[in-house]
Write a protein that binds this ligand. Structure first.
Ligand code: SAH
Length: 199
């Protein structure tokens, strides 16, 4: 997975490649899909939700430019896989999921893989986690036409937010950096995520 799906496609951040090589993806997919855990695809995790394709998880982590010192907010816990990778790359991860059964399963998978320090909250991720903010990095794993204002507000100055922007017809991964002069935005690759509910 790391060589063919990530390195050969241009992922060069060694810390990201290492984290993706270390986190056991099979622990985050339903047992029946264990054989497909490392496929080059998103997989169903129940409740009409998916675990993201490995490449997109890596691409989002690269954009966040994590050094190990950051507080990270992960919106849309899903399986917990991206939260586990982020946990290996940063100091603290708070992850928010709106569906309680998924949050409960993600907590179990995170604990089973040594990522019990990830804090999984049930709630509306569009509101962020004001009690922990500011965050040096925010990863949004569900698509939205407009990046929620609360999330931008909870970024530290110099902090980076990555999110799929768009609707069901198509989305692009955008990176927003909070600067002293306001948001600086870069539009990246096309992608396809489930919707951020509440829009
Ligand atoms: N990062 C995940 C992929 C998650 S898919 C992984 O690695 O497996 C997106 C998730 O966002 C879904 O589980 C969905 O229920 C959740 N979601 C959608 N809208 C949300 C909202 N407003 N607040 C919190 N979670 C939300």
């Amino acid at each position: 997975m790391v060589e063919r799906q990530l390195r050969d496609r241009g992922i060069r951040d060694e810390r990201v490649l290492e984290a993706m090589a270390t986190v056991p993806r099979e622990a985050f997919v339903p047992a029946a899909l264990g054989a497909q855990a490392y496929d080059d695809a998103a997989l169903s995790i129940g409740e009409q939700q998916t675990i993201s394709q490995p490449y997109i998880v890596a691409a989002m982590c690269v954009e966040l430019q994590l050094t190990g010192a950051e507080r990270v907010l992960d919106v849309g816990t899903g399986s917990g896989y991206a939260a586990a990778v982020l946990d290996d790359l940063a100091a603290r991860v708070v992850s928010i999921e709106r569906i309680p059964t998924l949050a409960a399963r993600a907590r179990e998978a995170l604990a089973a893989t040594g990522h019990e320090s990830v804090e999984v909250r049930v709630g509306d991720g569009r509101l962020g986690a004001p009690d922990v903010a500011p965050f040096e990095a925010i990863a949004v794993a569900a698509a939205t036409e407009r990046i929620p204002v609360a999330l931008y507000e909870q970024l530290a100055t110099g902090g980076r937010l990555v999110a799929p922007r768009g609707g069901s017809m198509g989305q692009r991964l955008v990176v927003i950096v909070k600067t002293a002069n306001g948001p600086r935005e870069t539009v990246g690759l096309g992608c396809r995520f489930v919707p951020l509910v509440g829009d």
